[in-house]
Design a binder for this molecule. Structure first.
Ligand code: ZN
Ligand code: ZN
Ligand code: ZN
Length: 137
């Protein structure tokens, strides 16, 4: 078994050539992908439904997570070790490059702890930074 096969087995995900390629694609990149970008990069399927289904299964198993997108498209990046098989547990910031429109996980930037004092219960904090990424800067 190669690494992508091991991941599908570990997360009890159905194994298809497309899903193996999808895992390899996410692992090969520090950035993130929309369904259209995946469709362009992976040739083993051009069925959008297959792509959406795989993405939603991967998200449910906490293999990938949604990241903000410059044009508000649905965009995913690989989860790091902090996510378990059933829970996403993110406390990193995201960076949108205004030049190449890519979104990156900034795992070294942790979200600030904000403690509410006025009757609002905080469940989620998001921090999105914008600018130019290292390849565009
Ligand atoms: Zn996650
Ligand atoms: Zn860029
Ligand atoms: Zn992220």
């Amino acid at each position: 078994m190669n690494k992508a096969e091991e991941i599908l087995a570990k997360y009890k995900l159905k194994k298809t050539n497309f899903r193996l390629e999808l895992i390899k694609l996410f692992q090969s990149s520090k950035s993130s992908f929309t369904a259209d970008e995946i469709n362009d990069k992976i040739k083993s399927t051009n069925d959008k439904v297959t792509i959406y289904r795989a993405l939603s299964a991967f998200e449910k198993k906490c293999l990938i997570h949604r990241v903000p997108d410059k044009s508000n498209l649905i965009r995913y990046a690989l989860c790091q070790k902090e996510c378990s098989k059933i829970h996403h547990k993110h406390n990193h910031a995201h960076f949108i490059c205004n030049v190449c429109a890519q979104t990156f996980c900034l795992d070294n930037i942790k979200l600030p702890q904000i403690n509410d004092t006025s009757g609002f219960k905080i469940n989620k904090t998001k921090l999105t930074l914008e600018g130019a990424c290292p390849s565009c800067y």
